[in-house]
Design a protein around this ligand. Structure first.
Ligand SMILES: [Zn+2]
Ligand SMILES: [Zn+2]
Length: 137
């Protein structure tokens, strides 16, 4: 199997189901989101399995762990460097592929070789804005 060679972890049916749930998933799911969707197919799967599989996939560089959501870790199968925009109300996360030319001054580089950056944007999405303005009517 192709996936198997590429990520070099033992793919049990459960792990495969977790991977399938992640591939092409742009919702930046949390471990419990993935657990909920995989649970339908594998009612015997434990949350620990989901969590541990995500940790393994993260170590292998298959998924990226995001810290943008203050409530829980979120996972992103898109490992191409990009930025994120979070709605503070409903916690939806959007991808931003804009390349920002952020340059540090020499004193702020602390002699590091700078490899990249990650910008987190926060805001209120159109849907949540709509709820807000309905309330005030
Ligand atoms: Zn929202
Ligand atoms: Zn993303």
């Amino acid at each position: 199997m192709k996936l198997d060679r590429r990520i070099d972890i033992k793919l049990t049916p459960q792990r495969l189901a977790i991977l399938e749930c992640l591939v092409g998933n742009t919702s930046h799911p949390s471990a419990s989101d993935i657990y909920k969707s995989v649970f339908e197919k594998f009612p015997t799967m434990s949350f620990a399995t989901v969590y541990n599989t995500l940790e393994t996939l993260k170590e292998k560089g298959v998924v990226v762990e995001l810290s943008i959501d203050p409530d829980k870790k979120r996972f992103d199968p898109n490992t191409i460097p990009h930025h994120h925009l979070l709605c503070l109300r409903c916690k939806i996360i959007k991808d931003i592929f804009e390349k920002f030319s952020l340059v540090l001054s020499e004193s702020e580089e602390y002699n590091f070789d700078i490899i990249g950056n990650h910008v987190d944007f926060y805001g209120i999405c159109p849907q949540c804005k709509g709820v807000e303005s309905n309330k005030h009517k």
